[in-house]
Design a protein around this ligand. Structure first.
Ligand code: 13P
Length: 219
């Protein structure tokens, strides 16, 4: 079955040239659906991958200095937008209500949201996931991809155990039956295959800006 593999470059790499090199390297035919999400300023179309963004604003235009709208992203060729990433929740103080508005406007613009949810170390996982899904998806009718990213597993090299990934996958699927559910958090070329066998896909951070690593994951 076709798996969804998303590369979240985060605020990397450091130049347009380096980003172009990554795009060229990842523009290969594969059986999976590959979605690349670079910083806005490096968005570059390719033949074999789909473009996504890491965030967007909750309006289509207006006096909102520094923001980028879903309509603009659509115009630049994006089809997906990552929303509610834990790094934005932490550093930009994004909350579920705002994320809900962003999901709505993305769907209106025919952009598919990739909603990130996940618990911090020590939090009650099911409670957090249930609440994030309830508040972020309030009144949403269109289809949304869900990415389960336990915060303690992001960028730490500590991957969630397979049985815990499966448990979370099943828990989320019960709530949002039609959604594809991905896992993210220290995914690399060594653990990707196993994780892909129990989920609908992966959301890759650090390993997505490493040519060798990411090529091994998408192949
Ligand atoms: P890492 O793969 O670097 O742990 O990051 C995961 C992530 O945050 C993807 O959105």
């Amino acid at each position: 079955m076709k798996k969804i593999i998303i590369g979240n470059f985060k605020m990397n790499p450091s130049s347009k040239k380096k980003a172009s090199d990554l795009f060229k390297a990842f523009d290969i035919k594969t059986k999976n659906l590959v979605i690349l999400c670079p910083p806005f300023c490096f968005l570059e179309k390719g033949e074999n991958y789909i473009l996504g963004a890491q965030n967007c604003f909750l309006k289509n235009e207006g006096a909102y200095t520094g923001e980028v709208s879903p309509k603009m992203l659509k115009d630049l060729g994006c089809k997906y937008v990552i929303l509610g990433h834990s790094e934005r929740r932490e550093y930009q103080k994004e909350n579920n209500e705002e994320i809900n508005k962003k999901i709505k406007i993305c769907l209106e613009n025919k952009l598919k949201p990739v909603l990130c949810i996940g618990e911090k170390l020590g939090e009650n996982k099911e409670e957090v996931l249930k609440n994030q899904l309830k508040e972020c998806l309030k009144g949403i009718k269109g289809s949304v991809i869900i990415a389960y990213e336990p915060i303690w597993a992001i960028g730490t090299g500590k991957t969630c155990k397979n049985e815990d990934i499966l448990d979370s996958y099943n828990f989320i699927k019960k709530i949002v039956k039609e959604s594809s559910v991905l896992y993210g958090g220290s995914v690399n070329s060594k653990n990707a295959k196993q994780i892909l066998s129990i989920t609908d896909g992966v959301l890759v951070g650090g390993a997505s800006i490493n040519k060798k690593e990411f090529l091994n994951i998408i192949k």
